[in-house]
Design a protein around this ligand. Sequence first.
Ligand SMILES: Nc1ncnc2c1ncn2[C@@H]1O[C@H](COP(=O)(O)OP(=O)(O)OP(=O)(O)O)[C@@H](O)[C@H]1O
Ligand SMILES: [Mg+2]
Length: 398
Amino acid sequence: MSRPQKQQTPLSANALNTNEPETISEKASMPSKKVIHLMLDAGRSSIKYQAFVNNETGTTYFDKAQQPPVMKTESLVCCVPSVPFGELGAFSLSRAKDENNKDVVEHWVVGSSARLQGKEYIAMSDSENYKVDYFPVLALGAIASLPNLLELSTGTSDKRRTLHIRLSTLSLASPLSLKKAIEQCKWIAVDGVRYRLCFSKQGFLGFPEGYGASLWASERFDDKQFHTFDIGYGTATISEYSNLGKLPKRVTCSPNGGGGVATLIKEFSLALSHTDSSKMIRPSQLREILETATVGDAGISAIAPDGENIGAELENAIHSWMKDSPLAYALDDISVKARRSKVALCGGAFAIAPVQMLVKERLLKASIPESNLLIPENPGTVALSEMKKLYEWRNDRC
Ligand SMILES: Nc1ncnc2c1ncn2[C@@H]1O[C@H](COP(=O)(O)OP(=O)(O)OP(=O)(O)O)[C@@H](O)[C@H]1O
Ligand SMILES: [Mg+2]
C-alpha cells in the first residue's frame, strides 16, 4: 500500500485555474490591484477564515514573519434596523434594487455581537440549511471583521473604496449556488466606508468541506488512499481520499448528519438533569464547560459554575452520544475502514480533550492499529489553515 515519497513543493493556486479568465474590473485596475485571498469555512458553530494579500510585490497581509492567522467568529447573524458603530462584524450591504432603481440596504451584525442587538438573532445551528441560506451574510461578516479592511482596499477616495476578493470556500453546498448568491452583493459599508465588492472568477474553487485536513494528511501519509473523520457541530463526516497525485482527491463522503457536538450537548444536558448542578447551568455555559473540560490522572474534569466537577456526567454523555446517535454509525463505519487505511481525526470535537480520548479509545477497541489514527495539532482549524498550501504566498514573501 506504499508509494514513492511525494515532493513537498507548494502548489500554485493560479496553476489550478489556468483556464479561467480574470474579470474585466481586475484587469482595468492593474497594476496596483491588491487581491485579498479569503479562505472561508462557514460552519454551523463558527465561521473560520484566513485572509492574505498576494499582489505583484508579494505583500502578505500580516507581519511577514508570521503566517496569516485563522480567525474565528461565532456563526450567529442578526438583521438590525441601523448599523451599530464600533461593533465587530457590523456592516451594511446592498444586494437588490427597489422599484426606483435605488439600492435596497440591509444592516447586519455577524458573530458574538449579534447577541447584543436586543433583537432576535439567528444561529446557523437552528436549521439544517441556514449555513447555506445565510452564506453571503456569513462571508461578508467575515470580510467586515478583517482588522485592516481599509488597508486592503483600493481607490482614491477615503469613503468609497473597492475590495478585490478571491474567495475560496469549503462547503458541502454547490459552489455555483454560493457564488451566485454572493455575487448579488454589490457593496458593503463598514465604519462609514463603502466598499465596492469585486469577486474574482479565480475564487470559488468549491473545495470539499474539510479539504485542508486532507492536505495535512497527504503530506504525512504515503498510502494510496486515506480517510478524514471530521466531527463538527452538526455532522460527523467520513471522507475517503485518493492520494496518488500531487493533490488528494475526494472519492466518497458520508456526512452522518446529527452526529456532531450539538447532539453531545443535548446528551450532556440530559445527564445533568439528574444532578443539582443543572439548576445553575445555561446552555451557552454548558458548551463552554464542555470545550474547557480536561483529562488528567483523576479522569475527566468538567467544572460547573458552582465549582462542582461534573466530569462523570460528561463521560456518560459522551458514551451515550457514541452509542445512540448518528455518530454511532460513523464510528462503526470508520472502525472497519481504519483497519486498512490511515485516518486523520479532525473537526472541533477533537479539540475537546475528553471527546478526543473517548472516541480514540472506542476506535482502538475495534482493533484499529493506533498508528492508523492521526490527530493534527489544531484539529478544529486544520481544515482551513492547511488551505494556504495551495498558494505560493510563502515563496512570495521577501
Ligand atoms: N479549540 C477548541 N477547543 C474546544 N472545543 C472546540 C474548539 N473548537 C471547536 N470546539 C467545539 O467543537 C464544536 C464543533 O466545532 P467545528 O468548528 O468543527 O464546527 P463547525 O465546523 O462550525 O460545524 P459543522 O462542520 O457541523 O458545520 C464546536 O461547537 C465547539 O463546541
Ligand atoms: Mg465544520
